[in-house]
Design a protein around this ligand. Sequence first.
Ligand code: UT7
Length: 317
Amino acid sequence: MKIIGTGSARPSMRVTNSMLENFLDTNDEWIVTRTGIHERRVISNENLEDMAADAANKALADAGITSDQVDFIICSNVVNEFVTPGLGCIIQGKIGATCPTVDINCACTGFLYALDIAESFLITKDMNNILIVCAEEPSRMMDWRDRSSCILFGDAAGAVVVTKGDDLKAIRLSTHCKVEALYQKRRLQPTPFLNKEEDDGGVIMNGQEVFKLAVSSSIKDIDTVLSVAGMTADDIDLYVLHQANVRIIEAIRHFVKQDKEKFPVNLDKYGNTSSASIPALLDDLSRGNMLKRGEMLLLSAFGAGFTTGAAVLRWSK
Ligand code: UT7
């Protein structure tokens, strides 16, 4: 496969750290030092469905194709206002496509899982263009009284169009069931037969455990994809990592012993946008002319599950 188009969309509302000080026992200095985040975008009057369709349309325009040329849509999403139908079905209607769609919920690692599914479908099925849309509104999952989690996240959508090609040099996905590290439960509709209590509330996260899992698993994944691709860390031009915490990115950077310039960061402006983080960053880099044809990218992400994934991808757009 190869990526031929990128797009992204973000809510208009900028929420700065100092705005959080109005209702949380926190401060800009703590948030910046511990995370690198200065502000994030949060949905106010937008719908995630519209943002997802906007990102998708931008990716199609960038790829130079129309929605009737899309053969399959993979939508990565954890939560949106619709329990059913899947967000992919709604995006299909909004962009005027007619192809089948599937939704996946692999938390922050969703883009890597979607890439691997797309690669398999391009090889095994008679398909040319696959649209991947990662659309997330983690702001609607948080308990906004919990200062250790709500400060981290922002909402966004990121999309790419992939077609047949030879750019994916290696990919590795993994899941290690560790629900208690990061989860959210919700209360479902009552029934006349229900005889148990159900939890309802915001995301529960053990930040330090997630931090350690993120660094240790990313390092392992990076080692694996580099060796599958027959490359060393020096051969990678840019490390496009999941934007969760600048300290996690720094820890990974120290492991691969590479210069800071190889690690683009936009979490200072957008926070952690779950699976939208890598495709939206790719779009920022591409539109900012910061990606050169032939460059080797290493993508790596981690999230609730615990899911992780990494890939070596040549940029040939
Ligand atoms: O996509 C995956 C999503 N999740 C993540 O990426 C999370 C990964 N983990 C992290 O990024 C970090 O663990 C956090 C940023 C969540 C927390 O940083 P930390 O350095 O691990 O801090 P900590 O949890 O050890 O807390 C240190 C102190 C505590 O106070 P005491 O017990 O030392 O008095 C916390 O209560 O900082 C306090 N604290 C805060 N203080 C001001 C926690 N949150 C805040 C806050 N403002 N927002």
